[in-house]
Write a protein that binds this ligand. Structure first.
Ligand code: MD3
Length: 212
């Protein structure tokens, strides 16, 4: 993919990286997290309009949004006030294998898409660090994903994300506009009650720079 400036927006797409057993194990770990850190419905800054996607997090920091505070990361669940549960070891292992950086992720945002839930076009830019990649894992029903460039109006490429697919957003693609327009019901039995879960592992704070 190329922008007007001709910079390529390459991301690493690893279809079916997780086999069915790995998907089941990970889905069960996420189910346990949801018992401690229940799903919440984020709302848009200023308008207060609720997202159609329900969310929770694991890791030291979690992404939240509401009318008063806007988009941000915080160490506590917005409803329970408790710290987020730790990231499951399997996710840390996946990060080590795929991200290939000594920098560790601090947040894992868990998005649950049920029914007509979708996510509008946006960039992930609430972090202090854009140099570390973002790792995305899809579980459950398939979704139609659109990814463009660094400008909202750049043309988008369409991709169907399936259960077990992993994407690494590195370099220029780290700040690409993207959206999920629809989830295809009945395309996977992995998520209880149907639906789709997407995990994104993110570095939030600036990693330490070595003195030279
Ligand atoms: C960016 N999540 O959490 S996966 C988000 O499926 C988000 O729930 C979507 O958008 C979801 O912010 C998409 C993340 C993703 C995947 C591929 C990309 C973001 C990307 C490729 C380029 C740029």
């Amino acid at each position: 993919m190329t922008t007007e400036q001709g910079k390529s927006l390459k991301f690493r797409y690893l279809p079916c990286l997780l086999d069915l057993d790995a998907q089941k194990y990970l889905a069960a770990e996420i189910g346990k997290i949801m018992l401690v850190a229940p799903l919440f419905q984020p709302t848009m800054p200023s308008s207060g309009k609720p997202f159609s996607v329900e969310m929770t997090n694991c890791g030291a920091l979690g992404w939240v949004s509401d009318k008063d505070g806007g988009y941000r990361y915080q160490a506590a669940h917005p409803v329970t006030g408790l710290p987020w549960p730790p990231m499951p070891e399997v996710l840390i292992e996946l990060w080590r294998k795929v991200a290939q950086t000594p920098v560790m992720p601090e947040a894992c945002l868990i998005n649950l898409y049920q029914g007509a839930a979708k996510m509008g076009s946006h960039q992930n830019r609430d972090e202090q660090d854009f140099s570390t990649p973002v790792l995305s894992v899809s579980l459950g029903n398939e979704a139609v994903f659109h990814v463009g460039g660094l400008n909202r109006r750049d043309p988008k490429t369409r991709l169907t994300l399936k259960s077990g697919d992993v994407i690494l957003l590195e370099g220029e693609s780290r700040l690409a506009f993207h959206r999920i327009d629809r989830v295809r019901p009945g395309t996977s039995a992995l998520v209880p009650g149907g639906g789709r879960i997407n995990l994104t592992l993110r570095r939030v704070t600036a990693p330490m720079q070595a003195a030279v």
